[in-house]
Design a protein. Structure first.
Length: 187
């Protein structure tokens, strides 16, 4: 799995994680993946430059504090197409159902999670303790725009949306992840 994907300041802290992958033939558990076809596409409101020309992407947080980002094509800089990867991090809903990654070099008081998916590789969700957020009461600080319930952002390959009940879903190809209070999972 490639670790090349666009990251916002919210997700940069997770680059050194050891992920807990889902098996290659993994299917979403019962309850499945929310249907985002009726969600309002608000991609234009969330498109941003990640600090330098040619690094265009989508960056958002959810009302429950999950921070997500993915790259998109920027024709002005001759990029051939959108990035197939997406990642989210923060105090993910349902993270307690994921075994703690004790091999992570980051060990603090805050339960933290990282979810990542790329088209062609099953998504995964990892759980670790992040000392960087201990001083903030285990909450990510920032002013990133909130993606609301019933809204989605897309780049043609990746689609992320927020459903009722603090559910965040990101899909790229036939893979992705669902972050929800009853248990987050990759597929």
């Amino acid at each position: 799995m490639s670790n090349r994907f666009w990251l916002s300041p919210v997700t940069c802290v997770v680059l050194t994680l050891v992920a807990v992958p889902v098996s290659a033939g993994a299917q979403p558990p019962s309850g499945g993946v929310p249907d985002m076809s009726g969600f309002a596409d608000v991609t234009g409101d969330f498109t941003t430059h990640f600090g330098r020309p040619g690094t265009v992407g989508v960056d958002f947080v959810t009302a429950d504090g999950v921070g997500c980002s993915f790259g998109i094509a920027d024709p002005a800089y001759g990029q051939p197409g959108p990035s197939p990867g997406v990642s989210c991090s923060g105090s993910l809903p349902g993270i307690a159902t994921i075994p703690l990654d004790l091999g992570s070099p980051l060990q603090g008081a805050c339960d933290w999670g990282h979810a990542q998916a790329e088209s062609g590789t099953p998504g995964h969700v990892s759980h670790y303790k992040n000392p960087a957020y201990d001083k903030f009461g285990c909450s990510a600080a920032g002013d990133t725009k909130v993606l609301g319930v019933g809204q989605k952002v897309t780049n043609g390959v990746v689609t992320c949306g927020v459903a009722d009940g603090d559910v965040t879903v990101c899909v790229t190809g036939s893979h992705g992840f669902v972050l929800k209070p009853s248990g987050s999972f990759g597929f």
